[in-house]
Design a protein. Structure first.
Length: 222
């Protein structure tokens, strides 16, 4: 199972990779923070502002703008999408993680230089009028009471739906999260950025309940 140090190093390797490939526009590297009770956080500068995204009854455009202005992210992609990766451990044991992807609701630069985007297949979907931007989040929380079908320990949330908790077989490492984002939102017929990612490292122990396997769920590769 990955240690806090390995998670921190993996996040920073992934951030560096995205910068080197030219698809990251801004970045904040992960660091390790000690807490009471032998707890450790793997976080980033600006993480204290992530609660912005949890406020209810606010338009997604407003939430996105507040997160962007506070620089509450590890990575800002070239198209404006924001990526957050946070983990908390008690000793060597993972307690929780928050892995979030906030696509840009619009592209400000598109108004000034539309050819820059229209000529690049990566951004064809982003500027298409039929595309709806919504956040994607993988959460894990060992503190929450694990209830079958109601609150899986590891789950995927689409959009800001409070009760959307799709079971996930195990906590997600930074590698698999970035791989998921690249494969589903940034691959084109000519560019496959996920194929060159740094080593995947170790996986976390499975957390899914047997009954949760009987419904549609997400599988994290071992």
């Amino acid at each position: 199972m990955p240690t806090p140090r390995q998670i921190r190093e993996q996040i920073n390797e992934l951030v560096s990779y995205l910068v080197e490939k030219g698809i990251a526009d801004d970045q904040a590297f992960a660091f390790q923070r000690s807490m009471k009770g032998n707890r450790v956080q793997i976080t980033f500068e600006g993480s204290e502002h992530i609660s912005i995204a949890l406020k209810k009854n606010r338009a997604y455009d407003e939430i996105y703008q507040d997160i962007a202005q506070a620089r509450a992210y590890n990575i800002k992609m070239l198209d404006g999408a924001l990526v957050q990766m946070m983990y908390e451990f008690a000793g060597p044991t993972l307690q929780r993680h928050r892995l979030a992807f906030f696509p840009a609701p619009h592209l400000e630069d598109f108004q000034n230089d539309p050819d820059l985007y229209l000529e690049d297949a990566i951004y064809a979907d982003v500027v298409a009028k039929n595309i709806v931007s919504f956040p994607v989040r993988f959460d894990c929380d060992a503190h929450e009471e694990q209830q079958e079908f109601v609150h899986p320990k590891s789950h995927l949330t689409l959009g800001q739906y409070e009760n959307c908790r799709i079971p996930v077989t195990a906590p997600v490492t930074p590698f698999w999260f970035v791989d998921f984002i690249l494969r589903n939102f940034y691959h084109t017929a000519f560019q496959r950025y996920a194929d060159g990612l740094p080593d995947r490292g170790d996986a976390f122990v499975e957390s899914i309940l047997p009954t949760e396997r009987d419904v549609i769920h997400v599988v994290v590769p071992a």
